[in-house]
Design a protein around this ligand. Sequence first.
Ligand SMILES: Nc1nc2c(ncn2[C@@H]2O[C@H](COP(=O)(O)OP(=O)(O)OP(=O)(O)O)[C@@H](O)[C@H]2O)c(=O)[nH]1
Ligand SMILES: [Mg+2]
Length: 426
Amino acid sequence: MVSFRREAHVPKGGPDGGDGGDGGDVVVVCDPSRRDLSEFHRGGHYKAARGGHGEGGQRHGATAQPRELLVPPGTVAEADDGARWELTEPGQRAVVARGGGGGRGNKAFANPTRQTPRIAERGLAGEERWLELRLRLLADAGLVGLPNAGKSSLLGRLTAARPKVGDYPFTTLAPVLGTIEADERQLVLADIPGLIEGAHEGAGLGHEFLAHVERCRVLVHVLDLAPLDGSDPVANHATVEAELREHGHGLADLPRIVCLSKIDLVAPETAADALAEWGARLGLDRGAPDPAEEPQPPAPGETVALVATSAATGAGLDELRAAIVRAAPELEPAAAPREVVAEHRVYRPGADDAFAIERTDSGGYRVTGVRVERLLARHDMTNEDAQRYVEERLRRMGVIAGLEAAGFEPGDDVEISGTVFELDPG
Ligand SMILES: Nc1nc2c(ncn2[C@@H]2O[C@H](COP(=O)(O)OP(=O)(O)OP(=O)(O)O)[C@@H](O)[C@H]2O)c(=O)[nH]1
Ligand SMILES: [Mg+2]
């Protein structure tokens, strides 16, 4: 605001134009009451409000409220310029586009030699960027295994979820979550589509969903003891383990529970033999741990439990549930809301006062540089006071000296961020 104080008995009121308020930030906020990103499906623009205008009487404009985009925990926001934020804890906030700073009013330009400044800054444009929002499920435990191993059947028995179950591979096409109720707390169990050899390279469906189990604390490897296709459980176990390793991202380091499924389909002696055989193969002795010993955290990728289950008869389900609860201990309560900073450094104008000078085709001079260009964005060069102010600043930034060294003479044209003006420094 350019304004001067006018009062009946004050003959020469001073400048009193207030500053403009800052534009609002666009902020992505982690909100546990959100379940998905469907409200963003249609894409669109999310814009925060402008800052308020400064007014006379030294009244500053209001800073605009941030525009909040509410997303569920597990959302990853990735910008086209490489910035990336991960929102996992309720209340986390990520400023994905900062509002532009408000301009100073003419009051701010008054000094002993400039007592009637008819100049005010323009507010700067806010940041803008394209963001891709992706949701990763946040489950405590994940069911992995070959197609048809019986994963969805187990989810259906352990939780209230009712996933589709079919006697053919790839019944599950997208991840399904269920909640295990365990003494005073809930655990989320994820069922993902079956993995096949080459999944990490895109074979089958599972690879797309492996990312969803990256954040789990334990994986339940479901192994069919008598697969319909007659394949060998030992080879099948190795195939899934290899895919977990190939996927990377620490997946292979998660503790495992190996679950021998569908034991109602084999004779009880065969089931008992299989348990003993797999216990030896996985280095598990099935005896209870010595209660006198401190429980040790599992080694990376260690198999911490082996259970035999039947989704048909219910055998082993309590044991499996207990093993999952044990392997995924209660987490510390979420810390106080905090701001997540981008994982990659975001380039932000501010510190850069370097500039470059080049000749234009029409015989003038073009000056480029972050601070110089920002200065021009701030001022209206058709305003004489603003022009003088900009000249003064250019001189202090060394731009005039640089121009003179390049052959500039007073009165030559200078172009900065698209504005051409005659520079005649006094
Ligand atoms: N008899 C018996 N059949 C089972 C058991 N568990 C699963 N099945 C059957 O095995 C077939 C596959 O079960 P699902 O739970 O769909 O297997 P999945 O691992 O989720 O399979 P995908 O989603 O295709 O990867 C279905 O026909 C189930 O009825 C079990 O404990 N006993
Ligand atoms: Mg399934």
